[in-house]
Design a protein around this ligand. Sequence first.
Ligand code: SF4
Length: 292
Amino acid sequence: MTANFNARATRVVLNFSHRCALSCEWCYVPFNTARAQRRVVTEVVDRVASLGFQTITFGGGDPFQYSYVGDLARRAKAAGLHVHIDTHGKSLTQSQANTQLVTKAIDIVGLPLDGPSSDVHDGMRSAPGHFDIVMKRLRWLKMIGARFKVNTIVSRRNVDSLAELATHVRELAPWRWSVYQYMPLGPGARVFAAHSLELAEFRSAVSRVRERLGAQGVSILEVADKDSRRSTYPIVHHDGSVFVHSKERADALQPVCSIFDRHARQEIDKACGPERPAAVTRYLPIRSASTG
Ligand code: SF4
């Protein structure tokens, strides 16, 4: 039977799972795996393109901690992939080389912003001084004309400041503001008691955000409750191991295959469905702009 392409996963999240300079307590990435090898990661990128995916999101431990991230991004772009990189910003130096990279080879750069002040944001990220770094990077990305996205994790710790954060984000005018309900997954599930947030409370906070953004600003908003991301994109580690959110356990990642396996695409298609409609809009305008 021929699969309907539109019902397949279109995006891969490639996580560098060796280490990260931050240690956000709710992070789902199981760090302390073997170091990333440039040759293998390059082959993973090639394989993602050859398996018919349209978009690659580089994330996990910061991609900019690797000197060859630019080459990976350019290679992915040359292979026809939309390139999205999520970074905590500490390693994203405001150099001429990175200016070229983020404006030419990367379609979207995502940075985290979890509160309207250092008190809230730095507390969420367990990283004193991080709020100031992120704000500096976001203003720089705006100044150089890069397409950037703000990522916010919402838990019971910061939910009350979400509306105030909306005012800051509206001024930054990112391409997208992704607002994610805290999802207890992988190592991040151990802090469930401290961060869990009822869906009704999340939705209520999002309603206040919509009001604060206003009719014009609300078009940047992309909302994802904790269950909406399940069974959408595969997560690929830098060594090629593929994981998905487990169907049996909401808080677990389930190994699927290696991306290098002969039947990797079939295995991934059995476990993953299409991208969330809200997330598709991040990439569609880029595609139509580049294809005329
Ligand atoms: S959430 Fe991002 S910045 Fe935080 S530890 Fe995980 S990969 Fe690093």
